[in-house]
Design a protein around this ligand. Sequence first.
Ligand code: NAP
Length: 314
Amino acid sequence: MIWVIGANGMLGSELCRQLKNNTIPFVASDKEVDITNSASIETFIREKESSSYLTSSREAHHNSKISWIVNCAGTSSISFAEANTLEAEKLNILGPQNLCHIARYNNIKLIHISSDYVFDGTSTIPYTEESLKNPLTTYGKTKSLGEDEIIKGMTQYFILRTSLLYGYDHSNYIYKVADLIKNNQTILTNPSIIINPTSAQDLAEIIITLIEKTDRNNISFNAKDIIPFGIYNFTDNGQCSMQELTEKIYSLLKKYKHLPGQSQLKIIENITNNNLQPAYTSLSNEKISKELKLKIPSWEKSLEKFIKSKSFTI
Ligand SMILES: NC(=O)c1ccc[n+]([C@@H]2O[C@H](COP(=O)([O-])OP(=O)(O)OC[C@H]3O[C@@H](n4cnc5c(N)ncnc54)[C@H](OP(=O)(O)O)[C@@H]3O)[C@@H](O)[C@H]2O)c1
C-alpha cells in the first residue's frame, strides 16, 4: 500500500488520480497529518494498520500494510520561503527528517520530491545527480538540507529532483501566463533564465513506475530490472528559457482556441534577476532514463498534451 502525503497539492492530486485510475491501493493525507509533527505521522500509520488488521484476512492485512510513502508535501513557493524561513525549514527539513525516521522504523520505502534549486545556476551544461549542490535561496537551502536528512537517515529511498512543475490542480506558471494573456496584460519574462518545464502527469507516472519496478510484492517483479535507490533527476526532456516557454504557451493557447480572437502576447524582457531564481537549472535525465529504460517526452510535447486536454480550462 502506498501513502501519498501532500495529496491535495499539485503533484499529490495528480498522483492520487493516476493511482486510482490504475486501481493501485493507496491512502492519502494532506495538512491534517502534519509532517512536521512526528506523533501525527505515527498515529496515522498505527490507525491505518490497526484498522486493516481488525477487518482483513492475514493476506489482505499484509497487502494493506504501508510499504511506500510518497512525500509530495513541501513548500514550493520561493517567496514564501524567503519571508518565512522557519516555516520553510520545518516543512522542507524537519518534515523529511520525521518521515525518514518513521519509514526506517516501520520498514517503509520513501520517495521524496526535491528541486533544481539545490544548484546555484552557474553551470552551462545540465546538472547531473553528482553535481555539487550550492543553493542560493532559503527554498533551495531547505530543499537541499531535506535531501541530506534522508540520505543520512535511510537507504531505501528515491529522491526525485524536478523543475518548474505544472498540473491541473493548482496555480502554476502555465495558468498564470494564460490569465495574463486573456486579460490583455503584459508579461515580464527573463530570456536568460533556463529551465526544464515538467508535467506533473509525467512525474506521477515515473513515481508509479519506480514503485512497480522496485516492489518485490508486485507479481510482475523482475529482479533483473531492479532500480538502485538514491537520487534521480526527473524533468521533461529539453530545456528552454522562461521567454521561450511563455511564447510556447501563447502559441498552444491559440492553437487550441483557449483565447479570444484579438488576444495578443505582450512580453517585456526583464533581464534583471532578483537572485531568487538561479540562471540555469537544467537537469540531466540520463540516469533515470537509462535505469528505467524509458524515453522521456519532450517539454513541448507534454505541454501540448496538457493544454490540449479537456481538463485544461482558463
Ligand atoms: N511546483 C514546482 O514548480 C516544483 C518544482 C520543483 C520541485 N517541487 C517540489 O515538488 C513537491 C510538490 O510540489 P507541488 O507544487 O505539488 O506542491 P504543492 O502544490 O504546494 O502541494 C503541497 C501540499 O502539501 C500540503 N502541506 C503543507 N504543509 C503540510 C504539512 N505540514 N503536512 C502535510 N502536508 C502539508 C500543502 O497544503 P497547503 O497548500 O494548504 O499549504 C499542499 O496541499 C514539493 O516538494 C516541491 O518542493 C515543486
